[in-house]
Design a protein around this ligand. Structure first.
Ligand code: SAH
Length: 222
C-alpha cells in the first residue's frame, strides 16, 4: 500500500468502507468464518477509536496504544473472541470487562441484544463515550467500575467477554453467568491463553484456546 497516498484522518471516512472490506477479507483468510462477526467487523469504523495520528493504521492487524498504558485489541483477536463466544448462537445479554476505547463494545453491540461494558479507568471511559457517541448504539451501556465484581445489577449475562488477562477467573463473573451462558477470557500472566467457560446445569466446563497477549486485569478503579 502506498501510505503517502492515504487521505488525511478527517477524510478517512470516504475510504474506510473499502479499507474495512479489506480487513474483513484478511480476517477470513486468517480463519474467521462466522458471517455475523465478519459483518459486524465490517460495519464498525475502527479508525474512530484510535488517535488521529494512528488512524491510517487502524485497520492493520495490530494492537495500537489508546493512552493510559492500554491498547485497542488487534482485529483478529476481537473477531476470534466473539466467534468463540457465539459458537453460531445469539450472544443475548453481554457483559464486557475492559471497555478501553470502546471498539469491541461497538462490535458486540452490532451482534447482541444488550451490551454492558465496564472500565476501571475513568478518563478512558470518557474517551470511549466520545468515540461511541456518533455510532448511536442504543443497546450499549457503559459503567465505571471494577470488572472483578462484574455488574450484579444487570446480571445474569448470556455472554461475558473479558478484555484483560486474569490469573484467576473472578468468582463474581462465574456467578453472574446465566445457565447455558458462556464467557471468554485471556488467562495467565506472561504466558496467556484464551479460555472459554460454559455454565451448564451441573457446573462449569473450561476449554483452552489460542495463545494471546493482553494487558493485565487490575483491581479497583481509578
Ligand atoms: N476492549 C478494548 C480493549 C481494552 S484493553 C478494545 O476494544 O480495544 C483492556 C482494558 O481493560 C483496559 O482499558 C483496562 O483499563 C481495562 N481493565 C483492566 N482491569 C480492569 C478491571 N478490573 N475492571 C474493568 N476494566 C479493567
Amino acid at each position: 500500500m502506498n501510505r503517502g497516498k492515504l487521505p488525511k484522518p478527517q477524510g478517512i471516512g470516504m475510504t474506510s468502507q473499502r479499507t474495512r472490506a479489506r480487513m474483513v477479507e484478511r480476517l477470513r483468510k486468517e480463519g474467521i468464518t462466522d458471517e455475523a462477526v465478519l459483518s459486524a467487523m465490517g460495519a464498525v469504523p475502527r479508525h474512530v477509536f484510535v488517535e488521529e495520528a494512528l488512524a491510517s493504521r487502524a485497520y492493520d492487524d495490530d494492537a495500537l496504544p489508546i493512552g493510559f498504558s492500554q491498547t485497542i485489541s488487534q482485529p483478529y483477536i476481537v473477531a476470534r473472541m466473539i466467534e468463540a463466544l457465539r459458537a453460531g448462537r445469539e450472544l443475548g445479554k453481554v457483559l464486557e470487562i475492559g471497555t478501553g476505547c470502546g471498539y469491541q463494545a461497538a462490535v458486540l453491540a452490532h451482534l447482541a441484544s444488550e451490551v454492558y461494558s465496564i472500565e476501571r479507568i475513568a478518563p478512558l471511559l470518557m474517551k470511549a463515550r466520545v468515540n461511541l457517541r456518533a455510532l448511536r448504539l442504543g443497546n450499549l451501556r457503559l459503567k465505571h467500575c471494577d470488572g472483578n465484581l462484574g455488574l450484579p445489577e444487570a446480571a445474569p449475562f448470556d455472554s461475558i467477554v473479558v478484555a484483560a488477562a486474569t490469573r484467576q477467573v473472578p468468582p463474581a463473573l462465574l456467578q453472574q453467568m446465566a445457565p447455558g451462558g458462556r464467557m471468554i477470557l485471556p488467562f495467565g500472566t506472561s504466558v496467556q491463553v484464551l479460555r472459554l467457560v460454559e455454565r451448564t446445569r451441573s457446573g462449569y466446563i473450561e476449554t483452552s484456546l489460542d495463545a494471546v497477549r493482553f494487558v493485565p486485569m487490575l483491581v479497583g478503579v481509578e
